[in-house]
Design a protein around this ligand. Structure first.
Ligand code: RNT
Ligand code: ZN
Length: 416
């Protein structure tokens, strides 16, 4: 790409008070937590237990990673096509078992040493999630809220083990690890008692979080949901439940934008959350009808979320992670598309003079506020994006797709 194009765009943005060089520096510092589970349809390394817990990966595109080495190689491919330095989001089910069978409540830090090594070599951060699904003890759709004390205890011990592992990861990497708890618990039919399962979940969380870790190494979030497949009538861990829990107990809320009613806007929730908590975590995804986990597209919803983060000046207070799993297209491409879209949305948000628009709002000049917001949408953001890819040494525009096709031919198609 000619730097002339970039310089022209830079000059144009300067007329509305935006310094594109500064913007690119800022964008280069945003690290996104990339979910490892897009690579193998949330399979994990533990067993061949089918995916359960109200979530489903549909499709059977060839080339799925089925060993840790394959998954790591796929992640490397993705990272070579995405600008910037990022984080990898792991699930407990991606522990290295080395042939032995380790019960989830007995997982130890060393089961993640290979991931730590992987991250260290590449200067990446790591995040972690306990896995409370795809397991015989989660087969009736209840975990931390289970009325059976033994089952509930098993899952409490699992979450405790994962927090210990998260703190270890954070310390080893010298980068804070986010531990996010999501549970599938709920009922297909309207329950006779909505209170007791939530009381049990609350008691479980209290016990899990009773162990304190240095916040430099481990921070915690709790993720709500509105419904899942097979648990349509009642979700124990609802938004209100976790928002109150987080506010009272000093952990973070994690907002997954696929987990709300279709007309509810997660973008709109961000400023409210930020007024009451230091940080908020996100799972950025795309809901389509029953599925909350389609590949992230560059749509209005994504741009609204990015805009809110940027204009709240909260890039260091909003922990951005992706969460989707599509098995119907090349999985590497699915990852790259989502990561690059998230970055493009942040860039688009950074290329708008928010202070100027806010002043117009405060003056009551809604005509100008609206007119200018619409005009700014047509400024040459794509030129700035191309330049960003170029200076970060990753393929510009759709050139990344050829790399994925080559990898598919040479690597993915060779897999059984
Ligand atoms: C499920 C939640 C949860 C999972 C991952 C695999 O609805 O979004 O975050 O997608 O933990
Ligand atoms: Zn999620």
């Amino acid at each position: 790409m000619s730097s002339e194009m970039y310089n022209n765009a830079k000059a144009l943005y300067k007329t509305i008070g935006i310094d594109t060089d500064e913007v690119l520096k800022k964008l280069g510092n945003v690290s996104i937590s990339m979910h490892c589970w897009q690579g193998d349809d949330v399979g994990g390394f533990e067993s061949n237990e089918a995916l359960s817990g109200g979530i489903q990966a549909t499709g059977n595109y060839p080339g799925k990673a089925s060993t840790p080495e394959e998954l790591m190689s796929d992640i490397d491919k993705v990272l070579s096509l995405v600008p910037g330095k990022h984080r990898i989001n792991l699930h407990a089910s991606y522990a290295f078992y080395d042939g032995e069978k380790v019960s989830r409540d007995k997982l130890e830090p060393q089961h993640f040493d290979k991931w730590i090594e992987f991250a260290k070599e590449r200067d990446l951060g790591l995040d972690i999630n306990p896995t409370l699904f795809s397991h015989p003890l989660a087969s009736d759709g209840l975990t931390l809220s289970h009325p059976d004390e033994n089952i509930r205890r098993f899952w409490i011990e699992h979450c405790k083990a994962i927090r210990k592992i998260g703190a270890y990861i954070g310390e080893k990497l010298g980068k804070t690890c986010l531990n996010n708890i999501w549970i599938p618990d709920g009922y297909k039919e309207n329950p006779a008692d909505r209170l007791s399962p939530r009381a049990r979940l609350k008691a479980s969380l209290d016990e899990i979080f009773s162990v304190e870790y240095d916040k430099k190494y481990l921070v915690d979030s709790v993720e709500s949901k509105v419904f899942g497949i097979g648990v349509e009538s009642y979700t124990v861990g609802s938004h209100e439940f976790y928002m109150n829990y987080a506010a009272k107990n000093g952990c973070m809320c994690l907002l997954d934008n696929g987990h709300y009613h279709p007309t509810e806007s997660v973008a709109d929730k961000i400023p409210s959350m930020l007024l009451f908590s230091d940080k908020v975590a996100l799972h950025v995804t795309r809901g389509v009808r029953w599925d909350s986990d389609h590949v992230v597209a560059f749509n209005d919803e994504l741009q609204d979320i990015a805009r809110e983060i940027v204009r709240c000046d909260a890039l260091d207070r909003v922990l951005i992670g992706l969460d989707y799993f599509d098995a119907s297209i090349n999985r590497i491409a699915a990852w790259v598309i989502g990561m690059r879209n998230m970055q493009k949305a942040l860039l688009a948000a950074m290329l708008v003079p928010h202070t100027q628009l806010a002043e117009l709002q405060n003056k009551g000049d809604f005509t100008a506020m609206f007119a200018l917001s619409e005009e700014y949408k047509n400024y040459p953001m794509s030129v700035v994006w191309d330049y960003f890819c170029e200076i970060n040494g990753v393929p510009v525009r759709e050139a990344w797709l050829d790399e994925v096709r080559k990898y598919e031919k040479e690597v993915l198609n060779e897999r059984k």
